[in-house]
Design a protein around this ligand. Structure first.
Ligand SMILES: [Ca+2]
Length: 488
C-alpha cells in the first residue's frame, strides 16, 4: 500500500502545480495501482568475467554460492554472448539494443588507444587504418533505461558506466536518475537521489560500497516498479582483493586451469556483493515479481598469443574456449548468463540457444510492457520465449564487429554465428576461418577450405549485415611497411 500512497501523493502534488489535469491523474492513479504488479528487473553485470569463472559454469576452484543458487533457481544460458570482446562496445550495445556499427563504439576511448604502448606497433606502422570510434553512447540514442523510465519505472545504476561522460552522455541523462558513476577505482561522481550517507573510505572495498547503494535503491523503490542496473567493477584489473579471502584460496588446491588466489577472491567478492542484492529482494518480498539476470561484458583475461593459442592462464583460463578478452574467438565473447523469474522460468533449466547482448533491450520491453523507441532500430530478439521453454528464436544469425586493433589480441575483423557454425573474417589479409562449434568449441579445426559453400554462405550474410548496419570497413594504410606484417 505504501507504493500507491506515495504515488498518489506525488500525483496530487503534480495536480496542485497544474502539470497534469484531473482526468489524466485519475488514469495515472489506476496505472499506479496496477504498477504494483509490474515486474521489477535487476541486471547484475560483471566486468571481464569469463565463461567458466563461476562454479555453476564449471570452475572447480572459484566459489560463487550466491550466483550458483540463482542459477539453480532459474535458467542457465550456455551459448550467451557479449556484443563485443571488450567493455565499452559491449555495454553500449546492451544499453542501446544495437549492434556496434550502429552506435559506433567499437573500442575503449579513441581509436588511437595503445598507440603509445611501447610493446605495440603504432597506428602508422599497422596495415589498416581504423575508422573513428565514438567515445560513448550519443545523446540521441534512447537507452533501455530511458524507455523504461518513460514507462514509469524507477531506474538506477551503480558502478561502472564506461559509455561516455560528455554532455548528454552521463547516466543521469541516459535514463538513470539514481546513479553512482564510477569512472575508475578511485573516482566517483555521486548522482544518487538521495545522496549516499558517506563516500567510500580508502579501506572500503568498492563492490561492498556499490552493493550498499544498490540495496538502498531497492529499498527506496520497493513499492514501485524498478530497473536496477548494477555493473560491478569486479573482476576487472587491477587484480587485488581482501586479504582474508586471498588467504583462503592460497590454502586451496587449484582445480583445472584456475589457480590464481587473488582473482578467486575477487570472484568471491563479486558473488557476495550480488548476493546482498538478492538477499534484499528476499527481505523486501520482491523476489517473486522480479526478473534477475546475471551477465558479463566480455570474456575472461587469459594470457595467450595473438592467435588465442599457447595459453598460459596467468589470471584465469577460458578453457575449453580459445583465446581471451579482446578476441572474437569464443574466449573473448562467450560469457555466463543466468535468468531467474519465479513462475515464468523453470528452476534448474538450461538453454543452449545462442543469445547476445542486444537481446536484453527487447527482453526488458516485453517484461515491462514499455514501448520501443520511435525511429531506433533494435537488433535483438526478446529472450522471453526461451525463458518460457521455447527452443528457438525467430533468427538464426548473430554478429560481431571490431574494425580496430587490440594489440596482441585482435586485428580488425568481424564475425557471424549461424546455427552451429561461426565464421570470422580478418580484414588485414581477408582470410576466413570457419568453425563448427557443436563439435569444436575450442575453434581448433578451421573448416573454411573443407566446407567452402558454408563459408561462402556465412560470408555473404556477414557482408549483407555490414551493409544493413552501415559498418565502416578499415582502410589500407599507405604508409604500412611490409616488414611489420602480422606483428600487431
Ligand atoms: Ca570488460
Amino acid at each position: 500500500m505504501a507504493s500507491v500512497n506515495l504515488t498518489r501523493r506525488d500525483l496530487l502534488q503534480r495536480m496542485a502545480f497544474g502539470s497534469i489535469g484531473f482526468s489524466a491523474a485519475s488514469g495515472l492513479l489506476r496505472a499506479a495501482a496496477s504498477d504494483a504488479r509490474r515486474p521489477n528487473i535487476v541486471l547484475l553485470y560483471a566486468d571481464d568475467l569469463g565463461w567458466t569463472d563461476l562454479a555453476c559454469f564449471g570452475s572447480g576452484y572459484y566459489e560463487t554460492p550466491n550466483l550458483d543458487r540463482l542459477c539453480s533457481q532459474g535458467m542457465k544460458f550456455t551459448n550467451a554472448y557479449s556484443c563485443a570482446a571488450n567493455c565499452s562496445p559491449s555495454r553500449a550495445s546492451l544499453l542501446t539494443g544495437q549492434y556496434v556499427p550502429r552506435h559506433g563504439v567499437y573500442t575503449v576511448g579513441g581509436k588511437n588507444r595503445f598507440d603509445d604502448d611501447k610493446k605495440c606497433l603504432k597506428w602508422s606502422e599497422r596495415k589498416l587504418l581504423a575508422p573513428e570510434n565514438a567515445d560513448g553512447i550519443l545523446p540521441d540514442k534512447v537507452t533501455v533505461a530511458e524507455a523504461l523510465s518513460q514507462s514509469g519505472y524507477s531506474c538506477g545504476q551503480f558502478g561502472k558506466w564506461h559509455v561516455g561522460e560528455g554532455k548528454g552522455q552521463l547516466p543521469t541523462a541516459q535514463g538513470f536518475p539514481s546513479s553512482v558513476l564510477m569512472t575508475s577505482h578511485s573516482h566517483f561522481n555521486f548522482m544518487t537521489s538521495p545522496p549516499p550517507p558517506k563516500k567510500p573510505g580508502k579501506d572500503d572495498y568498492l563492490s561492498d560500497f556499490l552493493a550498499e547503494q544498490a540495496v538502498g535503491f531497492v529499498e527506496r523503490n520497493k513499492g514501485n516498479p524498478m530497473f536496477l542496473y548494477f555493473p560491478n567493477f569486479l573482476v576487472h584489473s587491477p587484480h587485488e582483493s581482501k586479504k582474508d579471502i586471498i588467504a583462503k584460496y592460497k590454502a586451496k588446491k587449484p582445480a583445472g586451469r584456475h589457480h590464481n588466489p587473488v582473482y578467486a577472491a575477487m570472484i568471491e567478492c563479486l558473488d557476495q556483493s550480488f548476493g546482498r542484492v538478492l538477499d534484499a529482494l528476499d527481505r523486501f518480498g520482491l523476489s517473486e515479481n522480479t526478473l534477475v539476470m546475471f551477465f558479463s561484458d566480455n570474456g575472461g583475461v587469459a594470457s595467450a598469443d595473438n592467435r588465442g593459442l599457447n595459453e598460459g592462464g596467468e589470471v584465469t583460463s577460458n578453457h575449453p574456449l580459445r583465446g581471451t578478452k579482446g578476441m572474437l574467438y569464443e574466449g573473448g565473447i562467450r560469457v555466463p548468463l543466468i535468468a531467474r523469474w519465479p513462475g515464468v522460468i523453470e528452476p534448474g533449466s538450461v538453454c543452449d540457444t545462442p543469445v547476445i547482448g542486444v537481446d536484453f533491450y527487447p527482453t526488458f520491453l516485453e517484461v515491462t510492457g514499455a514501448k520501443p523507441p520511435a525511429g531506433q532500430i533494435l537488433d535483438g530478439e526478446s529472450m522471453i520465449p526461451l525463458m518460457k521453454g521455447a527452443e528457438r528464436l525467430p533468427r538464426e544469425d548473430i554478429f560481431w564487429w571490431m574494425p580496430g586493433y587490440l594489440p596482441g589480441r585482435q586485428a580488425p575483423a568481424n564475425a557471424i554465428r549461424s546455427g552451429d557454425y561461426k565464421l570470422i573474417e580478418f580484414f588485414e589479409d581477408g582470410h576466413l576461418e570457419l568453425y563448427n562449434l557443436k563439435n569444436d568449441i575450442g575453434e581448433r579445426n578451421d573448416l573454411a577450405a573443407a566446407e567452402p559453400d558454408k563459408a561462402r554462405e556465412l560470408h555473404n550474410k556477414l557482408k549483407h549485415w555490414r551493409e544493413a548496419t552501415g559498418a565502416k570497413i578499415p582502410e589500407r594504410n599507405p604508409n604500412f611497411d611490409p616488414k611489420n606484417e602480422g606483428k600487431w
